[in-house]
Design a protein around this ligand. Structure first.
Ligand SMILES: CCCCCCCCCCCCC/C=C/[C@@H](O)[C@H](CO)NC(=O)CCCCCCCCCCCCCCC
Ligand SMILES: Nc1ncnc2c1ncn2[C@@H]1O[C@H](COP(=O)(O)OP(=O)(O)OP(=O)(O)O)[C@@H](O)[C@H]1O
Ligand SMILES: [Ca+2]
Length: 550
């Protein structure tokens, strides 16, 4: 908090001068928070026209300035054509500087805008550059050195090009240095982070790829932090230590759901700008155990049944790229499998909202800032038997036949479903939304799926229920294959799903489905899950409510 004296100090003008911008005289000023320029109206112009126009002012937050540079004759980050233009400009106006800053455009996309000013002397130009850079150096949340992992095979295989053409030039403008590793195999980034990387020299880790690549960074960083702090990840009740380094995601994958749900778009330049200005978004992480063995962490979707089957089938079609999910999605939809099991869960406290309250997690979300009370903590650490003594609203148990069991730790918004699997789930509240889709007709399930793509409520069905939870367990039942509604039409090959007939059914390849854990298959159906509040931080800020334009 800043007091009145501090406030006055921060508004003190550090520099103010008449400069030339786009052949127009402007009054430019800089204080600790903003850089402002305003067109100066020529007196003679005003008199002759007889109308006094309001002169336009432009305001850029210092926190959103990417960098400031002298207009030099040579700038190798620019194209040949731009270099030629810059050369001509610098001959006409030798004492000019350019300010690069964040500009908000449509659909949460950010761009790096630039404004060039020419000064009356070389000294004044140097002074502007030096004072502005001093202010930028006071912004201690900004990263200076990053470790970047690129998956050259993620999504449409464009990771390397996206980084080189769209991201590296803006990092250079911001004076960020990056050590780049292009991965040579799956789990290369995870293993390097867990055992080899000298993390002390970095201010953050960046992945260029999709959700799978992010998952590697997550596993590497969390494991490294627990190892360094002697925390045993195999203990389901372990209090995990939060990771110090922030993670940046440059989207270049098939779903990019983590980037989309934390930034509002899957655009590489927008992500690069959030990294540069040093944004910070805490995020919950679910730990998944089978008995006392640690399996994986999840930040987006843990899905059994439908999304597990989609993933298992799509893995065989990796060569298809992002389209594999649509094809496997249609196939799983037509198979219409359901699975028996028991779900038990520890509901979250009422003050953390409800999955259907329509309070979406946005920049500065108040639910995510809510501090957990000691009573809540006690309730959370108690096991199923003792929990009943601590609180009346303790573990709940539901048995049934489920088409899908989905735990959304965040909205899971992505281009396929812009509002996501659970539109009101929160990024950093310490809970996940547990969605149970019971056995229903194909048509009803289709209606439910369709609602993920429009504004209708996907939970408003008699066969769907949703709970906000801190922990949950799943235990599959019935080792025998299910779903033999129409025995005479069974295909001969197990796992083969006849397409084109709504009447036909198929044998599930097993009585159990598998879990889709952020796009990775888990090989145990029985799992125990706990949400660890704010275990990691991303270079993001959550989705901004209103588009502010500069
Ligand atoms: C009628 C249209 C309905 C469309 C319904 C779309 C709902 C899409 C919800 C997407 C939720 C994504 C959650 C994110 C999960 C990520 O951690 C993970 C790793 O990247 N991605 C996937 O598992 C990738 C999962 C991708 C799942 C795609 C499912 C597509 C279903 C298509 C069903 C079509 C039925 C058509 C009947 C004729
Ligand atoms: N050099 C590599 N060769 C092969 N696989 C790799 C390599 N580097 C990373 N991987 C693996 O590729 C998998 C998929 O990567 P990524 O997440 O980037 O793309 P995607 O699957 O297309 O996107 P999404 O996860 O968003 O659906 C990851 O699980 C990762 O472990
Ligand atoms: Ca959450």
């Amino acid at each position: 908090m800043t007091g009145p004296a501090e406030d006055t100090k921060s508004q003190l003008t550090l520099l103010s001068s008449k400069l030339l911008h786009q052949h127009q005289a402007v009054e430019a000023a800089l204080n600790r928070h903003v850089f402002v320029w305003k067109e100066i109206e020529e007196k003679s112009q005003k008199r002759s026209s007889g109308i006094s126009k309001t002169s336009r002012s432009h305001i850029v937050q210092v926190s959103e300035i990417v960098g400031i540079h002298k207009v030099e004759d040579e700038d190798h980050t620019k194209s040949k054509w731009d270099q030629k233009k810059t050369l001509q400009f610098s001959q006409l106006f030798p004492n000019a500087f350019t300010v690069f800053y964040v500009k908000r455009t449509k659909n949460h996309r950010w761009r790096c805008n630039e404004a060039t000013f020419s000064c009356s002397s070389a000294e004044l130009c140097e002074q502007w550059i030096q004072v502005t850079r001093e202010q930028l150096s006071l912004l201690t949340n900004r990263p200076k050195r990053l470790l970047v992992y690129i998956n050259p095979f993620g999504g449409k295989r464009r990771g390397k090009r996206i980084y080189e053409e769209k991201v590296a030039p803006v990092f250079q403008q911001a004076g960020i240095s990056a050590d780049v590793i292009v991965t040579e195999r799956a789990n290369h980034a995870r293993d390097h982070l867990t055992t080899e990387a000298n993390l002390q020299q970095y201010d953050g880790v960046v992945c260029v790829g999709g959700d799978g690549m992010f998952s590697e960074i997550l596993h590497g960083l969390v494991a490294r932090t627990q190892n360094d702090n002697k925390v045993d990840q195999n203990r389901p009740d372990a209090e995990l230590k939060p990771c110090m380094l922030r993670i940046g995601i440059i989207p270049a994958g098939s779903t990019d759901c983590i980037c989309f749900a934390t930034v509002g778009t899957n655009d590489p330049v927008t992500s690069a700008l959030h990294i540069i200005i040093g944004d910070s978004q805490p995020m919950d992480v679910c730990s998944v155990h089978h008995n006392d063995v640690f399996l994986r962490y999840s930040v987006s979707l843990l899905g059994y049944g439908f999304y597990g089957d989609v993933l298992a089938d799509s893995e065989k079609k990796r060569w298809l790229g992002p389209a594999r999910y649509d094809l496997s999605g249609v196939k799983a939809f037509l198979c219409h499998n359901y699975y028996k099991g028991t779900v038990s869960f520890l509901p979250a406290e009422d003050n953390l909202g409800h999955p259907r309250d329509k309070l979406q997690c946005r920049f500065g979300c108040s639910i995510c800032q809510h501090k957990q009370s000691s009573k809540d903590k006690l309730r959370e650490t108690a096991d199923e038997e003792t929990a009943a003594e601590v609180s009346s609203s303790s573990w709940k148990v539901i048995c049934g036949k489920f088409i899908a069991i989905n735990a959304a730790n965040m909205s899971c918004a992505c281009p396929r479903s812009p509002k996501g699997l659970s539109p009101s789930a929160h990024l950093a509240d310490g809970t996940a939304d547990l969605i149970l889709v019971r056995k229903c007709s194909r048509l009803d399930f289709f209606r439910h799926l369709l609602r993920h793509t429009n504004t209708d409520d996907q939970f408003d069905h008699s066969f769907v229920e949703v709970h906000r939870v801190r922990k949950f367990h799943f235990e599959p039942l019935d080792p025998q294959p299910l779903l033999l509604e129409n025995q005479s039409e069974l295909p001969k090959k197990p796992g083969f799903c006849p397409l084109g007939s709504a009447q036909t059914t198929c044998i599930p390849s097993a009585a159990h489905s598998s879990w889709n854990c952020d796009g990775e298959i888990l090989h145990h159906a029985a799992i125990q899950v706990s949400v660890h509040r704010q275990l990691i931080r991303l270079f993001a800020r959550g989705i901004e409510e209103q588009q502010q334009r500069v």
